[in-house]
Design a binder for this molecule. Structure first.
Ligand SMILES: COc1cc(/C=C/C(=O)SCCNC(=O)CCNC(=O)[C@H](O)C(C)(C)COP(=O)(O)OP(=O)(O)OC[C@H]2O[C@@H](n3cnc4c(N)ncnc43)[C@H](O)[C@@H]2OP(=O)(O)O)ccc1O
Ligand SMILES: O=C(O)CCC(=O)C(=O)O
Ligand SMILES: [Fe+2]
Length: 369
């Protein structure tokens, strides 16, 4: 079937064109369609209407300055514990916050966003070379569309590239796409210090004994994703990313200036996380909710595409490697007087997480006692 013969009103044709032939949503948008195909229309209850959301909470537009956490040598310990306290409070209340003075330069962040635009603006063949079927390392480097197209009834208006840093720079040089690997790895490496400092502050804030090598083990696999949301004719009918909580322990999210990221606050409804120049958005993922026995909240969030510009975001998902045991930290259940989550291997949690479409916070049910 030549590309010209596709009928985007038919679900099977959309799947063939976007997923199987690897055109992605970018290819679909480039055909110049003026309404989203039925396969992209989400039920009204899942659509994102800005009228139903709440203006950003002030603390979301006032990022936390984490420089005291990153200082070496003579450290102002009062300042450091003040910052740690703010992080722990934000992780307990909403599970989302923004940070500045995090050690990732403006230039590194701009390069990462530019690389995402560059990668997705290439011809289909170049992206198809990194599909799960063709990638030279399909378990750790792959390009795709939506979240889990086989498992989803309605698709997401999003293409993505995922690059997991698990081995070393040699793996990056051999297997990551050359068009964006330098920008991605520079971003990842300059975020490393902040990642360890924040995770350490959060885990130590739980008030039980934990050593540095255990903390480090929860950062063993860091995935840099590049999310690309092409301009969408009907952002009101579809979703860029459907509601979900992240698999990771922590997510470090670089968003551009377009906006459209929303988090669910239990008592208030959906709140937009406003883009703040040079800030990074941090969110607690399912793994940290499990490690903290439910104290820190892996918040449900979702994103809207724009109808005028391509939106990009570049999350770093900080996770353990699959054979790492995860469960409430030793001593925590006794301290809390209850056990919320069970012990399992991270790989088991991961298999369940990726084996289903997005299901809001229901992913965590798999880990409940
Ligand atoms: C919030 O949304 C996210 C989160 C993330 C987070 C990414 C990470 O944290 S990566 C952490 C470290 N990753 C690894 O170590 C990769 C190694 N993978 C494995 O060991 C295996 O894939 C497995 C997870 C143990 C599952 O093995 P198995 O049961 O044999 O099944 P598979 O066929 O390998 O995988 C099933 C299905 O899941 C897909 N998948 C696996 N990993 C990812 C991933 N990181 N991102 C997206 N999808 C993944 C895999 O491709 C299979 O899908 P099919 O469509 O082929 O059935 C990243 C992105 C987010 O949006
Ligand atoms: O694009 C965004 O702002 C959010 C993306 C996201 O939630 C994810 O990739 O898990
Ligand atoms: Fe997410």
């Amino acid at each position: 079937m030549g590309d010209i013969a596709f009928d985007f009103e038919k679900e099977s044709d959309v799947f063939e064109f976007v997923v199987k032939k690897g055109h992605g949503v970018k290819g679909l948008a480039d055909t110049g369609l003026t309404t989203v195909p039925p396969r992209y229309i989400h039920p009204p209850s899942e659509r994102i209407d800005r009228k139903d959301t709440i203006d950003s909470a002030p603390f979301l537009s006032s990022p936390i300055d984490i420089s005291a956490l990153l200082e070496e040598g003579d450290v102002d310990s009062e300042k450091r514990s003040e910052v740690s306290k703010k992080l722990c409070e934000a992780a307990e209340k909403l599970g989302f916050f923004q940070v500045v003075n995090h050690g990732v330069s403006h230039e590194v962040m701009e390069n990462a966003k530019r690389a995402a635009h560059f990668f997705f603006n290439q011809p289909r063949e170049r992206k198809l070379a990194y599909s799960k079927e063709n990638s030279p390392c399909p378990t750790h480097v792959f390009c795709g569309t939506s979240f889990s197209p086989q498992a989803e009834k309605s698709l997401e208006w999003k293409d993505y590239l995922s690059m997991v840093y698990i081995f070393d720079d040699e793996h990056v040089r051999k297997f990551w796409p050359e068009e964006c690997r330098d920008a991605a790895v520079a971003y990842l490496k300059s975020a490393d210090k902040m990642i360890l400092a924040m995770l350490s502050a959060l885990l130590k804030g739980l008030g039980v004994e934990i050593d540095d090598s255990t903390i480090r083990s929860y950062t063993g696999a860091r995935a840099v994703n590049m999310n690309f949301y092409p301009p969408c004719p009907n952002p009101d009918l579809t979703v860029g990313v459907g509601r979900h909580s992240d698999l990771a322990a922590l997510t470090i999210l670089l968003q551009d200036d377009i906006g459209g990221l929303f988090v669910r606050a239990q008592d208030k409804g959906w709140i937009e996380i406003p883009p703040v120049e040079d800030a990074l958005v941090i969110n607690v993922g399912d793994t940290l909710e499990i490690l903290s026995n439910g104290r820190y909240k892996s918040a449900e969030h979702r994103a809207l595409a724009s109808n005028t510009r391509a939106r990009v975001s570049v999350p770093i998902f900080v996770s353990p490697i699959p054979p790492t045991p995860v469960g409430p930290l030793p001593g925590l259940a006794e301290k809390d007087g209850k056990t919320v989550y069970r012990q399992m291997l991270f790989g088991e949690y991961m298999e369940n997480y990726f084996g289903n479409g997005h299901q809001g916070k229901a992913t965590l049910d798999f880990a409940k006692v």
